[in-house]
Every structure is written in structure tokens, then in C-alpha cells.
Design a protein around this ligand. Sequence first.
Ligand code: HEM
Ligand code: MTE
Length: 467
Amino acid sequence: QESTRIYTKEEVSSHTSPETGIWVTLGSEVFDVTEFVDLHPGGPSKLMLAAGGPLEPFWALYAVHNQSHVHELLAQYKIGELNPEDKVAPTVETSDPYADDPIRHPALKVNSQRPFNAEPPPELLTENYITPNPIFFTRNHLPVPNLDPDTYRLHIVGAPGGQSLSLSLDDLHNFPKYEITVTLQCAGNRRSEMTQVKEVKGLEWRTGAISTARWAGARLCDVLAQAGHQLCETEAHVCFEGLDSDPTGTAYGASIPLARAMDPEAEVLLAYEMNGQPLPRDHGFPVRVVVPGVVGARHVKWLGRVSVQPEESYSHWQRRDYKGFSPSVDWDTVDFDSAPSIQELPVQSAITEPRDGETVESGEVTIKGYAWSGGGRAVIRVDVSLDGGLTWQVAKLDEEEQRPRKAWAWRLWQLQAPVPAGQKELNIVCKAVDDGYNVQPDTVAPIWNLRGVLSNAWHRVHVFVAP
Ligand code: HEM
Ligand code: MTE
């Protein structure tokens, strides 16, 4: 009998295309699934995300694989075993401030490793209304702090005549617990489309700097009230400081208006749970701010300090970043003090399926995507065009509940449309409308800005039709 073939991880990782063969591993077994890719019930593009590496992190997201018939099917493609001595000890460079960052899910498309910034691929982004924690987009400016939940304290600076609080995690759990579904979007989502118009400064986010989770925690208004704060007439701000800091000791910081923080209807949370789990380290363990309807930058992670001040946070990220400008403003003329900080975001939508450049079957095409608007404004409609915007069809919105003025979460949508006979290519476009009848601009150029934020033009995908 022939002895089992042994492969190294490197060999497996070099098999990621039809030409080389498509290999994956499960446990210590190696499989050549080249012939199966096109037969995959979940679609070839999803399987390809795992090409050249382990299936476990992906199958953990899709429990449908946790069945004997799936394992039997995979067994047919076995070609050998992984080299047991191949476990290379990870070399830790101790002077590296990022050495202690957590391990991330391999499906994430990395825009920057240090600090870690990554988005889920479109194939997975709209697969679930609630984004699974391991593939929730991550936007870090600094190394991830490693905080001990037992000694963690959140400092709330008290009002004059009130009291300052130093809250342990247990103390926070003693406030009434609220759970809400909130979509978080980075101001730089879809920046890569602005770059195509003219260079901008920032990470090249595609359509994935947006994700949705169920967040649970104490309401900020309850905690502030305990520290003696009230909504007074002055235009005060609630400033948040993270426990992540750069080598000079400067922490990440941001602020929101006191009026929003004190409004119970605004549902601002000091969240300690994400989708029923303690917050993952990348998303702010043990406590982060969640400001429904507001740009991601204000949802301060690893929260260390909350204070009420007459002025906005003096943080770089409040004052010198995350602001919008005219296309005419460049780095020589920009005056950051002249523009307000971004808070509520404008209406947004994007196509996640099919992908740009893909070939779709003739007959019928399925188009999928997401739509969301800031400030709790509900998405009321998504229009889709197959001909670059000449004619439109209305997409079907998911059935998730939308509370008036508190539509904090996105709506997933889809459209099944016949492919017009004889078409060789399609220019698919989507645009959303919110309940203030706000619409997305049709092109990027008039909203281009030097920082590449607020990129919400009609999303366009060009595909070929199979003959
Ligand atoms: C469904 C096999 C890799 C995502 C399935 C099913 C099988 C299968 C047999 C149908 C299960 C059923 O309903 O009984 C495999 C094999 C893989 C693989 C053999 C690797 C060689 C992946 C990867 C992903 C994925 C890497 C995600 C990144 C899905 C999804 C479905 C599915 C989302 C459900 C499709 C639906 O409900 O319409 N897979 N899979 N699969 N697979 Fe995979
Ligand atoms: N909070 C801290 N402490 N440090 C950060 O770098 N990034 C902000 C915000 N909160 C950041 C932070 C930005 S710009 C965004 S878009 C969101 O966190 C991203 O949250 P996520 O990584 O959980 O998706």
C-alpha cells in the first residue's frame, strides 16, 4: 500500500488557482478541490476565499458544513496529510508595538497590517444581516491595547456638584442593560472610488468599511446622570478617550454633542457585548461607545475616560480629520477649523453581488447589496439599473424592522432581473433613498474631497454576460 503523501503549509498555500490546482486543509488533512469549486452549493467565490489554507475559520462562520455528508464529500478529494513538524514557532519581535495584536480571520481583506485595517469581502458582507464578529470590518489607528477586565476602570468626570465615577465592568453591568442593532460605517468607506477621480490621502477602502452588530451595554445617559450631568443650555460636548495610545502617549479621542449623549431616544451605549459575546479585542474590549446613526470615528473603542466639556474633543481625529470639504480644497488651502466634524452620515448603498468584472449567466441575474442612512433615517427604497442609469427597477428590501427615527441598521436588498437578450455586458448601478427623501449623488467627481470621506455616489459594477 502506498504511504500517505506529506505536504508542507507552503506547498498548500501555493495552490490557489485552477492552473496550480486549488488545495485546502481541514485538521491535518490536505484536499485538492479543484474539480469541486464550480459545484460548491455556496458558490465558487466563497470557496475560493479559503484556497491555499485551512477551512476551519470559514466553516466556523457557516455551520451548514458541520454535517457528515459535507465531510464525506470532502473526503473524496483528499490527497495527503500536512507535515506534522511544520508548525513553525511564531517569531515575536518584542520591540514591535503591534506584536500583541490579536489573530484575525483570514477572510478579511487587509488594507493595512500595522495598524490593522481590514474589511470583509463583498461575498460575505451581505450574506448575513448581522455581521459575524470575526469578519466585522476593523479600523484601528494604533496598536490594540491588551486590557485586564478585572482591573479595568472607566473614568467618568463628574459635573460640578456631581460626582466623578470610576466604574468597573461589574459596575457597568449593574446599570440597566440595553441591546440594539446598529450599523457602523467608516467615513472612508468606498474611498477607493474617489482615488480613481484624483488621489486622496487615506486607506483604500472598497465597499466593506461597514458592518452590523447587536450591541449591548449601559446607556450613556444613565451613566452621565449618575455623575450629575444634565442637559444644560450650553453647547457642551461629551469627549471620549481610548486606552490605545501612540509612542508619545497620545490616546485616540473623539466627541459627540451632549444633547445626543443625554437623549434616551438616541440610544448611545457604553457597549460591553457584540452579538452576545464580550467585545472582541479588535472592536474595543472591554468597553466601547456605540453612537447609533453616527460616523464610526465617534464610536471610541477601549474606552478609558468620558468627560463633558464646553468644546469638542481636541483630538486630532475630531479636529484635523473626518471632515468634508469642497473638491476645490487641496492640502495647501485646507482650513480644518472651517468645517464641522462629521457626525451623522449621508445615505449610502452599494452592490456586493455580482463583483465588478465578473461574468454572469445570460437569462437572469441576481443583484445584492446593502443600503443605510445616518441619523436613524430609514432606507425606504433602492433603485437598480442594468443600463448605467437609463432605466430603473426597484429592489426588494429585507423585512427587518425599521423603527421611525431610529433606523440604526442597514437594509440588505436584492433584485432578480432578466438579462436583456443580446446584451454582452451590463452596467449595474444602485442608489438608495432615505425617509427624508435624500438621495445619493450620481457621480464621484462633484463630491471628491482631499481626505476621501463621505464617498456615497451611485455604486456601479460592470459585468460581462456569458455567451
Ligand atoms: C454550502 C461544501 C467551502 C460557504 C455548502 C454545502 C456543501 C458545501 C456540501 C451544502 C450543504 C447543505 O446544505 O447540505 C463545501 C466544501 C468546501 C466549502 C467541500 C471546501 C472544499 C466553503 C467556504 C465558504 C463556504 C470556504 C465560505 C467562505 C458556504 C455557504 C453555503 C455552503 C454560505 C450555503 C449556501 C446556501 O445555503 O445557499 N458547502 N464548502 N463554503 N457553503 Fe461550502
Ligand atoms: N477607537 C479607538 N480607541 N481607536 C481607534 O483607532 N477607530 C475609530 C472608531 N473608534 C478607533 C476607535 C474609527 S475611525 C472607526 S470607523 C471605528 O472605531 C471602527 O470600529 P471597528 O474597528 O469596531 O469596526
